[in-house]
Each structure stands twice: as structure tokens, then as C-alpha cells.
Write a protein that binds this ligand. Structure first.
Ligand code: PLP
Length: 372
């Protein structure tokens, strides 16, 4: 169906395809009428939010007639304490997706460029193209690379830097590949990025990671004024539905992001839940522990079924079926299991599978056994 408004759209928008989210449970219910659906498709925390965050949201409902605190005072104070950082370096977002878009809006023009890797998180191309900037996409490591199959190749990324570069996006670990960059390699890359370009390190899965060589790049902010680190409450904190994320940066960068930010981009339930979640370490520990075991389960059934996969430090695994994976995806839907096809990333033989509750991981194993 042709869209009569296409010619009127901004040039960058014309070439965009909408982001393809994981299939919602309610949609599969409508389409297939299958009961007891499990969704392992969007890297959500299967435990959901902790009790403290739930209680904070319930309390906050009494105030929802009021606008939220547009400055996010309490949440910024809690984050400032957590990261030992000045609150003037924090930009709050409606999910970290929001701060990625704010960065593109504040720093990119049709005359400038952004660099990211092949197979990097799908929001980067959308944010860059929507503002009409040029994307330089660095080739990723090949699929038979030992440490980091399909992962970011920092040398290839460095070759994409030039006088027009304003943003460099790095997902660590990357979604959908699960691959990650070690401290020394990432730091020497950041050192090579010229001051006229911001390096955005997207650490959406930070709180799941348990890897000695994995860097906490928020510690580098004093060394690199052009560094921006993004984090989210959507993954390990179990709050994907309320939308809360943030960027840490130089105060001057935060000032500019704040100029393009919607005044009330973070709703009041999200702010209250995020503050409470930051104070609930027990829930975070439970979530991390569940994830550790889940990753092991996924690895063991991949090995049992002879499926290729890259070791992941997130809460998901990219599984290589060695043949077109869409029929497997569809057969799993008929078993009431939703996983994530990644053909839109140029990976037609893979599916991305999120860690679920132990019984959900078992359901997936049984469904895979049947389908394969
Ligand atoms: C999930 C994810 C995000 C952000 O999600 P929000 O819900 O918008 O905070 C950002 N980057 C990567 C790599 C992700 O996988």
C-alpha cells in the first residue's frame, strides 16, 4: 500500500522502517488462541520489579493528577549517590532509548555522521536516520570469530571516524549478539576518538554482568569529557514497562540534552519506581542469580541440540540455527513460546532468546525439542 504522505516526509524519515518489537503476548493470544503463552523475546526481567518498586508505584498513584517532577530531583539524587557523580551530569530519559534519541537530536545534522557497528542495537540507525544524518556502519567481526562472533570490531569502527563524526554508538554488551568489549580494548578505542565526537557507551545490561574484564565506563567520565554512558531500569531492574533510563556525561552535554528533552519525559510512576529499585539490592541480586542460572541452561540446551551460540553476558543469547530460523520461530509460536527473530538485523539464521524463569526455560527446551 503506497503512502500518499511519503513525499512530504523529512528525507531521513522516508527511508526508515519502524522498530520491530517482540510479539506481545496479547497479540499471539488473538492470532493463535493458544493458552499459557511465555515470552522470551524482549530481554525483560522475568521476576519483574521488586516489592519496593511496586509499593512505590502504588503510593505514587495518589499523585497522578499532578505533572511529574520535570527535573527528576529525587531520582537524580539517588543516581548521583549511586555513581558518586554530580547530578548536573545526569540526563533522565523515557527509557534509555529516549536519551539515545536526544543525543541524535542535539548533536547530529544532515552534514554530520554517526558511527556504529553492523549488528548493533536497532535503535541507533533509527535515531541517526530520523534526523537525516549519515550513518557509517563498521563491519562486525565474522561469525567464526573466536571471542566475539558478529561483535563490534573496534579497529573497523576507528576507521570510520572523520572530521564529520559527532556520535559513536557502542553497545556493551551488544544486543542482539550478546558480545562484549574488554576494558583495555574499549579504553584504547575511547582514547582514539577525537574531541569533536561523543562516544556513547550503552550499558543497558550492566547490572547483569559478572565478568572481571568488563569495564564500568562511568568510572572513565572524568578522563574523557566526550564520553556518554547510558543505563536503563528496563533490564535487570525489571521496569521495562514504566520506561526509565539515563545518560551520564559531561555537564555541558547534559545541558544540551536537557534543551531538547520533553519537559516531562519521565512519568511520576517511573521516577518513584526507579528510586525504590535503586534501594533494593536484594531484588537485584535475585535477578542476577536467576539470570546466571538461566544463561547456563540456554548454553546447555544449545549444546544438546547442536545449535551455535555466542557466549553472552546479558540476559539473552543469540542462537544460530544454521538454516533459516523463521520457520523455527513460527513453530515455537504454535507451542505458545515467543522468541525474537532477528532477520531485520541481517541475521536470518538466528533467533534471540531471553532468559526466563526456570519453568519458562524448561518450556522452551521442550518446545525446541519438539520443533527441531
Ligand atoms: C534494551 C536496550 C536498551 C534500552 O532500552 P530502554 O527500555 O529504552 O531503556 C538500550 N540499549 C540496548 C543495547 C538494549 O538492549
Amino acid at each position: 500500500m503506497s503512502n500518499p504522505y511519503l513525499e512530504l516526509a523529512a528525507p531521513g524519515v522516508k527511508g526508515l522502517q519502524p522498530y520491530q518489537p517482540g510479539k506481545p503476548i496479547s497479540e499471539l493470544e488473538r492470532e493463535y488462541g493458544v493458552p499459557n503463552i511465555i515470552k522470551l523475546a524482549s530481554n525483560e526481567n522475568p521476576l519483574g520489579p521488586g516489592r519496593a518498586a511496586r509499593a512505590a508505584m502504588e503510593r505514587e498513584i495518589a499523585q497522578v493528577a499532578r505533572y511529574p517532577d520535570g527535573g527528576g530531583y529525587e531520582l537524580k539524587a539517588a543516581l548521583a549517590a549511586r555513581h558518586s557523580i554530580d547530578a548536573a551530569r545526569i540526563t533522565l530519559g523515557n527509557g534509555s532509548n529516549d536519551v539515545l534519541v536526544l543525543l541524535a537530536e542535539a548533536f547530529l545534522t544532515p552534514e554530520t555522521e554517526a558511527v556504529y557497528s553492523e549488528y548493533a542495537f536497532a535503535v541507533y540507525p533509527i535515531a541517526v536516520q530520523a534526523v537525516g544524518a549519515r550513518a557509517r556502519v563498521a563491519p562486525a567481526y565474522p561469525r567464526d570469530h573466536a571471542a566475539s562472533p558478529l561483535g563490534h570490531d573496534l579497529h573497523a569502527m576507528a576507521q570510520c571516524l572523520n572530521g564529520r563524526t559527532r556520535l559513536v554508538f557502542i553497545a556493551n554488551p551488544n544486543n542482539p549478539t550478546g558480545t562484549w568489549l574488554e576494558r583495555a580494548d574499549l579504553r584504547s578505542f575511547v582514547e582514539r576518538v577525537p574531541q569533536h565526537a561523543l562516544v556513547v557507551i550503552d550499558e543497558a545490561y550492566f547490572d547483569y554482568v559478572d565478568e572481571p574484564e568488563y569495564p564500568d565506563t562511568t568510572r572513565w567520565l572524568d578522563d574523557f569529557p566526550n564520553l556518554v554512558v547510558t543505563r536503563t531500569f528496563s533490564k535487570a531492574f525489571g521496569l521495562a514497562g514504566v520506561r526509565a533510563g539515563y545518560a551520564l556525561s559531561a555537564p555541558g552535554v547534559a545541558d544540551l540534552l536537557n534543551r531538547v528533552r520533553q519537559p516531562f519525559n519521565l512519568n511520576s510512576l517511573a521516577q518513584a519506581a526507579a528510586v525504590a529499585a535503586l534501594g533494593d539490592n536484594a531484588h537485584l541480586e535475585r535477578s542476577r542469580e536467576l539470570n546466571r542460572r538461566g544463561l547456563e541452561e540456554i548454553a546447555s540446551y544449545c549444546e544438546a541440540f547442536g545449535l551455535g551460540f555466542a557466549p553472552s553476558i546479558g540476559n539473552f543469547v543469540l542462537v544460530d540455527f544454521g538454516r533459516p530460523a523463521l520457520p523455527v520461530y513460527e513453530a515455537l509460536l504454535r507451542e505458545a513460546v515467543i522468541v525474537r527473530p532477528v532477520g531485520n538485523y541481517g541475521l536470518p539464521n538466528h533467533l534471540r532468546i531471553s532468559v526466563g524463569l526456570p519453568e519458562e526455560n524448561e518450556r522452551l527446551t521442550a518446545a525446541l525439542r519438539k520443533v527441531l
